[in-house]
Design a protein. Structure first.
Length: 219
């Protein structure tokens, strides 16, 4: 599954894509280009005063049945939204959009194969988030309280399926879709958990020296 992607460079660049003002909770500092599991990255979520750009840690709480120790590395990719574990975070208050410029899937040699939109249109992963979650993410740190996020997956489209036939991130490219995900009741928003149209992505590089992080997780 996707466990490495690249995000936008700043809150200002993301805010320009939205019709309504976005409150910046990140300080508009430059963001790290590569995002790995358990790293902090920007998301768009609801705030008391509307939409906000905030930072959160990549990896939602793991279903307890899958935890073998007190440490919870987090779940980065979420497909089974019918699971009772995920239902609590499917309402608009817990939904988010994750800015993404390009994303990778592991190739046959386990090195990332990178995908970008064919026409440079903005992309967002469809995500869910929770704030103030206390857990042990790393044994050396002990318990920490974090804002967390993960994104939904779906069957792959033609381009991603040629590399990774199991699944791909749910991606939205249209402002009306972004608003629908952030605001509509789940019975309507759930229809957005679908593959991006065939022909909308292209492979931009293969066999980079990067390796997929050892902290992969899926749900």
């Amino acid at each position: 599954m996707c466990n490495l992607y690249q995000t936008a460079k700043s809150a200002d660049l993301v805010a320009q894509l939205f019709r309504e003002p976005l409150r910046d909770l990140t300080g508009n500092e430059p963001w790290p280009e590569d995002v790995y599991p358990d790293r902090t990255a920007p998301i768009i979520r609801h705030d008391d005063d509307g939409l906000a750009v905030a930072r959160a840690r990549w990896g939602m709480p793991t279903p307890p049945m899958y935890l073998k120790t007190a440490r919870d590395p987090g779940v980065t990719n979420i497909r089974n939204t019918s699971s009772p574990h995920w239902r609590r975070w499917l309402g608009p208050d817990h939904r988010c959009l994750v800015p993404v410029v390009r994303f990778s899937e592991p190739g046959a040699d386990h090195k990332p194969v990178w995908f970008e939109p064919v026409d440079d249109r903005p992309m967002f992963f469809v995500g869910i988030q929770t704030q103030g979650w206390t857990s042990v993410r790393k044994v050396k740190d002990g318990e920490t309280t974090d804002d967390l996020f993960g994104f939904l997956t779906c069957p792959p489209n033609a381009e991603v399926g040629a590399v990774h036939p199991k699944a791909m991130p749910v991606i939205l490219t249209e402002p009306d879709e972004w608003a629908a995900w952030l605001n509509l009741p789940w019975v309507q928003a759930r229809t957005l958990q679908r593959p991006l149209r065939d022909g909308t992505l292209l492979i931009v590089s293969q066999g980079r020296e990067d390796t997929i992080a050892d902290t992969e997780a899926s749900g």
